[in-house]
Design a binder for this molecule. Structure first.
Ligand code: DUC
Ligand code: ZN
Ligand code: ZN
Ligand code: ZN
Length: 484
């Protein structure tokens, strides 16, 4: 059974051209003008045919801060598809002392409900021989990226020595190291002081995590990754200080990527001064929203290429869940939604304003993710042989974002009332039309796990550190010792 998408313009990260797309068995089987008919025909007149979005940063049904994030793999992936995102990469999160493979089995259980394809990153939340040993098995199972929390002291946070050990292990395995970069010691210290001084409201959350704590941790992670010789992906880059560190490292030849979130690009810290407690608390996430100067820096980085991906960190909590933090901002579950709105918001505020080209839009929402995380061109491409995860994008279609009409299970939307221009006409998941003009035809359990490739192991520090500490070469008879 084949499907043909006709009369549209294909937009990929590096080309724009008018052509039809034929799909067979869930994959792209042909691209060309006037392809022979047969099967289902989808009309893409006036639309762009793009690789479906890939969101590399979601937390579905995640145990966190005494509760579970409200969107599971069913509602979360429905939200993704409604907004043109056809794959998510979530995080398998071992509890302290729990083995990696054990955690992975738990996440595989949850994700059987997924409506779109998915993968995971593995979180390294503690360090020991078991973690070291199991990292190989995790990579062998197609999970090749490992996240480290430099914040959340006392629960998820790892210290520098643990991070360094993990990074060195990953270097040898061809993995990608990831960091949540905030200085957890300073956040804990400043939070405690704010509470002691009677600052208990949601705005104090933002005061407790200023750009400096993110800039410092980003710099530190980059230096440690350089010593370990491992590629580094910095999640939710939200401020100029962190962006500056990433820019500088990339200029020096280090493989470092930065990931701004759609929320940080379009919402600012004035949200926390809203006198309505619920309004402010619903926007509590880490890092917090920043001021305009930081937003301008992030937009500039996306067009200049110093920042590589736009994600969501989708970690949605209901108003009732947020209210656990009434009277103590440190207990407000950290997280916001965005899966359904990432592409329309980025198109509206990026492409329509001229900050991003359409091709850059595809790069930062899909193709760069597929390349960095080892699944290109199976995902992130409009090419013969690639999975037919596609969005037929109508650049003139409009809607006003409202919680009442969203797929997410929560009772509000941080973008409520904003008009977006640019929405899917069709979303296809491995060739199956799952969304048509806002009508949901998703199928719980349709999604498949995507095993990803490791990199060629680098195992070479970019800094001089390894050379300085390597054992001295011994001279053999007649052969002078050479330097390292
Ligand atoms: N930040 C959030 O806001 N939520 C989930 C985890 C994180 O780092
Ligand atoms: Zn994080
Ligand atoms: Zn996150
Ligand atoms: Zn199916």
């Amino acid at each position: 059974m084949s499907t043909i998408i006709r009369n549209g313009t294909i937009v990929t990260h590096d080309l724009t051209c008018k052509a039809d797309v034929r799909i067979e068995g869930g994959r792209i089987a042909g691209i060309g003008q006037g392809l022979a008919g047969g099967g289902t025909e989808l009309d893409a007149t006036g639309c762009y045919i793009m690789p479906g979005g890939i969101d590399p940063h979601t937390h579905l049904e995640m145990p966190f801060m005494g509760t579970y994030s409200a969107d599971d793999f069913d509602s979360g992936t429905r939200a993704a598809l409604a907004g043109g995102t056809t794959m998510v990469i979530d995080f398998a999160l071992p509890a302290p002392g729990q083995g990696l493979l054990d955690a992975l089995a738990m996440w595989h259980n949850k994700s059987t409900r997924a409506n779109c394809d998915y993968s995971y990153h593995m979180a390294v939340t503690w360090w020991g021989e078991q973690v070291f040993d199991e990292m190989q098995a995790v990579v062998d199972r197609g999970i090749t990226s490992f996240k480290h929390f430099m914040a959340y002291k006392g629960s998820l946070m790892v210290n520098d020595d643990e991070m360094f050990a993990s990074f060195r292990r990953l270097s040898g395995l061809g993995g990608v190291a990831m960091v949540h970069a905030e200085n957890g010691d300073l956040v804990a210290e400043v939070s405690a002081r704010l509470l002691r001084e009677g600052n208990t409201g949601p705005e104090a959350h933002a005061y407790s995590r200023p750009p400096e704590v993110e800039g410092e941790a980003t710099n530190r992670a980059i230096m440690i990754a350089g010593m370990a010789g491992v590629p580094l992906y910095v999640v939710h880059t939200s401020c100029e200080q962190a962006h500056e560190a990433i820019r500088r490292a990339r200029q020096a030849g280090q493989r470092v990527w930065g990931e701004p979130l759609i929320q940080h690009l379009t919402l600012d810290d004035s949200e926390y001064l809203n006198p309505d407690w619920d309004h402010a608390a619903r926007r509590v996430m880490s890092p917090p929203f920043r001021d305009r100067r930081h937003q301008d820096s992030l937009w500039a980085g996306l067009s200049a290429g110093s920042l590589s991906v736009v994600a969501t960190d989708h970690c949605a909590f209901t108003t009732a869940q947020k209210r656990v933090g009434l009277g103590d901002f440190t207990r407000i579950p950290n997280g916001t939604g965005g899966l359904e709105d990432r592409l329309p918001m980025l198109w509206t505020h990026g492409v329509r304003t001229g900050r991003l080209t359409m091709n850059e839009f595809v790069a930062v929402t899909s193709t760069n993710v597929a390349k960095i995380f080892g699944m290109y061109p199976r995902k992130g491409a409009v090419a013969v042989g690639a999975d037919a995860d596609l969005v037929v994008w109508d650049p003139e279609k409009r809607k006003v974002i409202s919680a009442g009409a969203q797929q997410s299970a929560i009772d509000y939307n941080v973008f409520e009332g904003q008009e977006v221009i640019g929405l899917p006409r069709f979303t296809l998941s491995r060739g199956k039309v799952v969304v048509h003009d806002g009508e949901m035809r998703t199928e719980e359990g349709h999604g498949r796990f995507v095993a990803r490739e490791a990199n060629q192991p680098v195992n070479r520090a970019l800094s001089t550190w390894r050379a300085l500490t390597a054992p001295r070469p011994v001279a053999r008879a007649g052969i002078p010792a050479t330097g390292v």
